[in-house]
Design a protein around this ligand. Structure first.
Ligand SMILES: C[S@@+](CC[C@H](N)C(=O)[O-])C[C@H]1O[C@@H](n2cnc3c(N)ncnc32)[C@H](O)[C@@H]1O
Length: 242
């Protein structure tokens, strides 16, 4: 199950997607934290910490943060765990990993969500922040998440989801489709950063609905599969490995 159909202006087949996405994040990496901070009115760190704590991340847990990017989820996880000793961060983009390495002494691994280079039952908690749209295939990815978690282990996936109502949808489209990429270009003076944020919007717009994500999680063997929505925009997908 694809997270969204191939986006023809950028790549025409699913096989060509990873290379395009990697180039995009490598080129935009040094701008990512700044853009993320003002784009979400500085709420990102607090929210990432709050949501991980609320969904059960506890000291002693071994955590895998998939699609760690510049480490925004992992830095907040370290505050909850009290140490980065049991945090593993995975991302395919060397540019993003280089930014993350500046922030914490976790274990960093270059790789893809649908091919995790870890033994079965290695982690108690698995997080993924704002990256589900970039994976090659939802079912394969969730099977991998299920495999590397220990029995009783939890997965927490954060996403931005298009609002259901017409008015909400109009403002969402205006902000993420036009204002956010436009201001990104203005503030960073970087075309690469603007392209990264425009692609961010294109994938949100083309993304499968939350029901399809939940179905793929169940099909991978997860139990207690849920999606909570904060302010109608922020989806929190959670599930447990029995
Ligand atoms: C929008 S950033 C999110 C970064 C971070 N998790 C956060 O909370 O801000 C998306 C990240 O997904 C990574 N990514 C893209 N394709 C991926 C894949 N197939 N598997 C794992 N990560 C991927 C990108 O390199 C990028 O770092």
């Amino acid at each position: 199950m694809l997270p969204h159909p191939p986006l023809a202006p950028h790549y025409s087949s699913p096989e060509a997607k990873p290379e395009f996405v990697n180039r995009l994040f490598d080129a935009g990496a040094k701008h990512y934290d700044g853009i993320n901070s003002w784009g979400f009115l500085g709420s990102g760190s607090f929210y990432r910490r709050w949501v991980q704590r609320r969904h059960g991340l506890k000291p002693g847990h071994h955590l895998l943060d998939v699609a760690c990017g510049t480490g925004l989820m992992a830095v907040e996880a370290r505050r909850i765990l009290g140490t980065a000793d049991h945090i593993t961060c995975l991302d395919p983009s060397e540019g993003m990993l280089a930014e993350a390495r500046k922030k914490l002494l976790a274990k960093f691994v270059q790789g893809y969500a649908d091919r995790l280079p870890f033994a079965a039952a290695s982690f108690d908690f698995l997080t993924m922040g704002y990256a589900l749209r970039h994976v090659a295939d939802l079912t394969t990815t969730f099977r991998e998440y299920h495999r590397v978690l220990r029995p009783g282990g939890r997965v927490l996936i954060l996403e931005v989801t298009k609002p259901r109502g017409r008015v909400g949808n109009f403002f969402f489209r205006l902000y993420f489709g036009k204002i956010y990429p436009g201001l990104t270009r203005l503030f960073t003076r970087s075309r690469a950063a603007r392209d990264m944020m425009h692609y961010y919007w294109e994938t949100m717009d083309a993304s499968v609905p939350p029901e399809t994500v939940l179905e793929a999680m169940r099909a991978a063997g997860f139990a207690e599969v849920k999606c909570a929505r904060a302010i109608g925009l922020f989806s929190e997908y959670t599930a447990v490995k029995k």
